[in-house]
Ligand binder design. Structure first.
Ligand code: ADP
Ligand code: ADP
Length: 229
């Protein structure tokens, strides 16, 4: 898999308020690195910069040594699968939404991804809720269900790089456990960046980076960070 690297990355939305103040880390090929830290620390900003929703102000973000700003949007999107915090769905069937990103997938593959993400019962429904003239109702997905659609899409796409931004934050504990194992399966041997609120959800990461006030405050394996407390 590819290597994903941040080198002295600086970022702000507002020049008076720096968000990332020189962040450097490497996700080695096929490994999983987790970023944890308090709310507002800049964790999601890191995922937005990789996907180039925004560009870094200084420093560089690279994939296999190539700066992401020199890569076309299309190849960036082909290489990266992202489960964002808030998923926006197309007003089309769940199956359509899952297939987005891999139009060649067979119905069977779509169904299997949906099943792994625990959303198999819904695939022919519409996500936003609707009412027909005769009063039939379509589905209106909860935040957790939408998140599962994004997870199914990512399972199906199985891209070389995965960014899981609090990918299970909207799920109840039982569903979270089930889906975590599906995510573990897709992330195996893929270059993966996990963004998480809690240290307890990233036990198996190859390295954990603790972000505080836009800087890396600590880094290490799960056991090391627990021991440091
Ligand atoms: P985290 O994921 O660690 O909770 P974020 O990366 O989402 O933190 O946000 C870091 C800081 O940047 C927060 O204080 C947040 O309010 C601010 N922020 C996030 N997005 C924007 C934006 N689009 N415009 C201005 N400020 C933002
Ligand atoms: P693209 O350029 O591939 O359309 P976007 O930047 O629009 O990608 O969005 C990033 C990711 O968010 C996409 O790969 C897709 O998974 C998802 N996405 C974007 N727009 C929508 C949408 N309207 N409905 C559902 N998912 C979307």
């Amino acid at each position: 898999g590819p290597v994903l690297s941040f080198e002295n990355v600086h970022f702000h939305y507002d020049p008076d308020r720096p968000i990332l103040k020189g962040v450097s880390f490497t996700v080695p090929a096929g490994k999983t690195i987790a970023v944890v830290g308090p709310s507002g620390a800049g964790k999601s900003t890191i995922s937005r910069l990789i996907y180039r929703f925004y560009d870094a102000i200084a420093g560089s973000i690279s994939i296999d040594g190539q700066n992401v700003s020199d890569v076309t949007q299309a190849s960036l999107r082909a290489a990266i699968g992202m489960v964002p915090q808030d998923t926006v769905l197309f007003n089309d069937t769940i199956a359509y939404n899952i297939r987005y990103g891999r139009p060649d997938a067979t119905d069977e593959e779509v169904r299997e991804a949906a099943r792994m993400a625990q959303i198999g019962d819904f695939i022919d429904s519409l996500p936003h809720g609707y009412e027909t003239q005769v009063g039939e109702r379509g589905l209106k997905l909860s935040g957790g269900e939408k998140q599962r659609v994004a997870i199914a899409r990512t399972i199906l796409k199985a891209p070389p790089i995965l960014i899981l931004d609090e990918a299970t934050s909207a799920l109840d504990t039982h569903t979270e456990r089930e889906i975590q194992s599906a995510l573990d399966t897709v992330s195996r041997d893929r270059t993966t960046l996990v963004i998480a609120h809690r240290l307890s959800t990233v036990v198996d990461a190859d390295e954990i980076i603790v972000l505080r006030d836009g800087m890396i405050a600590e880094r290490g394996r799960h056991a090391d960070l627990l021991a440091a407390k």
